[in-house]
Ligand binder design. Structure first.
Ligand code: GTP
Length: 682
């Protein structure tokens, strides 16, 4: 067995659904541990978490906030993670570097589903986690009902650690289920031990039994005691809680009111006594407990308002020193962070989370070591989410266009769930992300941080067109007399449709040199240029054109003249070939809780989608996976609709699949709108 070092630090992520009270809990944790002397509030926009202008404007977390505090000689680093699904990537990237997570949720049975993706992530990564049922001052549902509803969406068993005294506005305290000691809450002060409320004996007993039975599933000794009706010693229960939480076998559940600091101290006590030390998760990631070579991983990248780059890292092994060279780049500053405040430190030991300055070229998720080049092996990183929502963007000021690629690169370094491209057909600059708010925040950042205000519109659909029937021997003659030299080109073309996906094919069947060799490339260029913009206004694909005949003039012919002649022939011929509009079709795979499968399929068919089938989603209890084809034109706000149908948890993966004819009625509208210069957005 390797030697274990009991570390004096703990890294804890605060996660949970949107607006469940994570930032409020962090504020309370900092207050009760003395890191701040006065609490801020979300309403007054003065909390330690959510300190960026974008977060304050919207009163929601849009990125991970870091805060350090000390409690009973342990340095806690808390990462307050955004709850909105649109910022899930930020949360996932940070979660891989913590020792434990506190899942904050509201006491509402109907909303527990919103926790499912988070529980899944925590369980896949075996990150020990506790649940803090917050806003108990507003609870309409009974605590045990909420607990049982939560159990249904977690693959790990939830274990009650406390039982409430009172409910909703009448909540006055809690009973610790390990010690069976009752406490009354006091605003601004620790809870007071009080005599056990006799009227709760039965409920408390049932909750405690549930806790012990869940613990006994992983401890035969405890099981025997329960079977023989022997009261287990408290130390044994605490030891089981610690061991089983550390091994991510169980999920202890706490309750409280973050806004009033109720239940926050007991939660801290549990983090102190029951949550695992940094070595636990390190061992689980397969990192040697004895290794000395500094090894760290980037959990987040940010640029300060002054433009300096900071990489938030978890030190997994060894000691990082300021000025050390990591992956060939010299660290320019080492900081401990609380909100916007940075404190310089000289070194950071294994287990700590610190920020490193100026690690140019290093990205979120990267593994860092002091080896001269790259580390020997990369640590696993959180999966990259597929971008699902796009906006076309242009710089508000034309002169700013040159800034786009640099600013976008920095933006994406900070937030890897964004992506951008310049579309090959439409030439639009497209910003991709996880939803509308996500992109609006990115645009706010571009304006504020990079002085690059942008205007947005819906991206055009890259429609194409093709033909249904051939046209033979279409004629184009270009004859132009201007002063000295004339221009002469004369061609006959056969145009015929190709199968879908074959693209473009040009051939010549000239006999007897009626079109001299050197002019034939001009014919092909003329045809290609014409096809970039067909009769319906879009690039033409899946067409074969053959030059079959023509004539020339010894003095006046040129490649240029034949190019013009070919264009004229195409202009003449293509409209005769029954041009049709083609649209890109995506292959889409929707993941949704089973309860919403039928609705999601209706959504697909209502948007001209073709459902190919559905089945139980692998590894996701109670979820389905629906495979379908969906026109790209219908995908633009699909994620918004899907989320609103599925309590925000449904998601999808997609990729371009093929081109398909657009139904006539839809095509008419697209062509008319395009011809009117309105782009082709619906
Ligand atoms: N009644 C009540 N309200 C609370 C409590 N905790 C937080 N709130 C309120 O709930 C709202 C959301 O609180 P936040 O702390 O911003 O929630 P959050 O989970 O950090 O939000 P996101 O990170 O944006 O998902 C705010 O209006 C808080 O004042 C609580 O214990 N009781």
């Amino acid at each position: 067995m390797s030697e274990k070092v009991v570390s004096n630090c703990r890294n804890v992520a605060i996660v949970g659904p949107y607006l469940s009270g994570k930032t409020s809990l962090l504020e309370s944790l900092l207050f009760v541990t003395g890191a701040i002397s006065r609490k801020g509030s979300i309403k007054d926009k003065n909390t330690v978490g959510d300190s960026s202008a974008e977060a304050r404007d919207r009163q929601m977390s849009v990125e991970v906030s870091v805060a350090n505090t000390e409690y009973e000689d342990i340095n806690f680093t808390f990462l307050d993670c955004p709850g909105s699904v649109e910022f899930a990537q930020e949360t996932y990237n940070a979660l891989i570097g913590v020792d434990a997570a506190v899942v904050v949720c509201e006491p509402v049975c109907d909303r527990v589903l919103t926790l499912a993706p988070l529980f899944k992530f925590l369980d896949d990564w075996e990150i020990p986690h506790l649940v803090f049922i917050n806003k108990m001052d507003r609870a309409n549902n009974n605590f045990m009902d909420v607990l049982h509803a939560l159990k249904a969406v977690s693959s790990r068993p939830l274990v009650p650690h406390q039982y409430p005294i009172g409910q909703g506005e009448d909540l006055i305290g809690f009973i610790d289920l390990v010690t069976e000691q009752a406490y009354h809450y006091h605003p601004g002060a620790p809870a007071d031990p009080v005599p056990f409320p006799a009227e709760l004996k039965e409920q408390e007993h049932a909750a405690r039994e549930e806790m012990l039975e869940e613990l006994a599933n992983f401890d035969d000794h405890l099981l025997e005691e329960l079977l023989e009706e022997i009261e287990p010693p408290q130390e044994e229960i605490v030891a089981d809680l610690k061991m089983e939480l550390g091994a991510d076998l169980i999920v202890p559940v706490f309750l409280g009111v973050a806004e009033k600091d109720f239940g926050v101290r007991p939660l801290l006590q549990a983090l102190l006594r029951e949550a695992p030390e940094p070595d636990t998760i390190k061992e689980r990631r397969g990192i040697s407990l004895k290794g000395e070579t500094p090894l760290a991983q980037v959990l987040k990248t940010l640029f300060t308002p002054q433009g300096g780059k900071l990489s938030l890292v978890r030190v997994w092994q060894g000691v990082l020193t300021d000025g050390a060279t990591l992956n060939g780049v010299r660290a320019g500053g080492l900081y401990r962070i609380t909100g916007q405040q940075q404190t310089s430190v000289q070194e950071a030991k294994a287990g700590e989370i610190v920020a490193i300055g100026r690690l140019e070229g290093i990205k979120t998720g990267d593994t860092l070591s002091t080896n001269s080049g790259q580390p020997e092996s990369e640590l696993p990183k959180a999966e990259q989410l597929t971008p699902v929502y796009a906006l076309a963007v242009t710089a508000e000021k034309r002169n700013d266009e040159v800034k786009i690629s640099t600013a976008f690169a920095k933006l994406i370094e900070e937030d890897p769930s964004l992506a951008w491209e310049q579309h090959g057909d439409t030439r639009e600059v497209i910003l991709w992300g996880q939803g509308d708010i996500h992109l609006q925040i990115a645009l706010d950042r571009l304006r504020r941080k990079y002085n690059l205000p942008m205007v947005t519109h819906l991206p055009q659909v890259p429609y194409k067109e093709t033909i249904r029937k051939p046209a033979n021997s279409v004629h184009g003659r270009y004859k132009h007399q201007s002063g000295g030299h004339g221009q002469f080109g004369d061609v006959y073309l056969d145009i015929k449709p190709l199968s879908r996906g074959e693209g473009f094919n040009f051939q010549e069947k000239i006999v007897g040199g009626v079109v001299p060799r050197q002019y034939i490339p001009g014919v092909e260029t003329g045809v290609r240029e014409y096809l970039a913009h067909g009769p319906l206004g879009f690039p033409v694909v899946d067409v074969a054109v053959t030059l079959i005949n023509g004539s020339y003039h010894t003095v006046d012919s040129s490649e240029q003249a034949f190019k013009q002649a070919a264009r004229l022939a195409m202009q003449e011929g293509l409209p005769q070939c029954q041009p049709v509009l083609l649209e890109p079709i995506t292959a889409i795979e929707i993941s949704t809780p089973k309860d919403f499968t039928a609705k999601a399929m209706q959504l697909l068919t209502g948007r001209r989608g073709q459902v190919l089938g559905y089945e139980a989603k692998d590894g996701w209890k109670g979820w389905d996976k629906i495979s379908a084809y969906l026109p790209q034109a219908e995908m633009r706000d699909f994620i918004i609709e899907l989320r609103s149908l599925t309590m925000g948890v449904g998601f999808f993966d997609w990729k371009y699949d093929h081109l398909q004819e657009v139904p006539d009625k839809v095509a008419e509208k697209v062509v008319a709108s395009n011809a009117n210069g309105n782009g082709n957005s619906k």
